[in-house]
Design a protein around this ligand. Structure first.
Ligand code: NI
Length: 177
């Protein structure tokens, strides 16, 4: 298993559209294992393949307190969404340190394959519903900050770009030392 580097907003690769998975082979199982390890290590409650620069429809999620309820969603689809909406303060491993309210359907029914290619269908509410929708947006090239006002989004972009530059400077200084 391996920890994978996570792309940070506003990296343009976060806007690529993921393709459906067609072969359920060892390569997919390794990808899923690496994504799970990366998510747990971060730590985060969800990770989409897009965030590690793999543009295939693969998501890992674990919203449990015990961190032992891994869900693997391959080629996921939302087959039903509630009329009722809810606002939840979302964060993202690709947008570190930023949390803001996003309105989404409160409940969804999800259809997806697992890493073996078996079909699963389940109803999600609460954090799981938020997480599934957030991660599925990543597969469509959408980051949650795109739901915020342009003013907020630009502030976030500027802040993350500044942090990125400072970290690069630190890394260069450390290499010179
Ligand atoms: Ni995210």
């Amino acid at each position: 298993m391996a920890l994978l580097p996570i792309l940070r907003y506003p990296d343009p690769r976060l806007h690529k559209i993921a393709k459906p998975v067609t072969s359920f082979d060892q390569r997919l199982k390794t990808l899923v294992a690496d994504m799970a390890e990366t998510m747990y290590e971060a730590p985060g409650v969800g990770l989409a393949a897009t965030q590690i620069d793999v543009h295939e429809q693969v998501i890992v999620i674990d919203v449990s307190d015990t961190r032992d309820q891994l869900r693997v969603l391959v080629n996921p689809e939302i087959v039903w969404a509630s009329e009722e909406k809810r606002v939840y303060d979302e964060g993202c491993l690709s947008v570190p340190g930023i949390y803001d309210g996003v309105e989404r359907p409160a409940r969804v029914r999800v259809k997806a394959l697992n890493a073996d290619g078996q079909m699963q269908e389940f109803d999600a509410d609460g954090l799981l519903a938020v997480c599934v929708q957030h991660e599925m947006d990543h597969l469509k090239g959408k980051v949650f900050v795109e739901y915020l006002s342009p003013l907020k989004r630009n502030r976030i972009k500027t802040r993350l770009q500044k942090e990125e530059r400072e970290q690069k400077k630190e890394r260069t200084a450390a290499a010179v030392r």
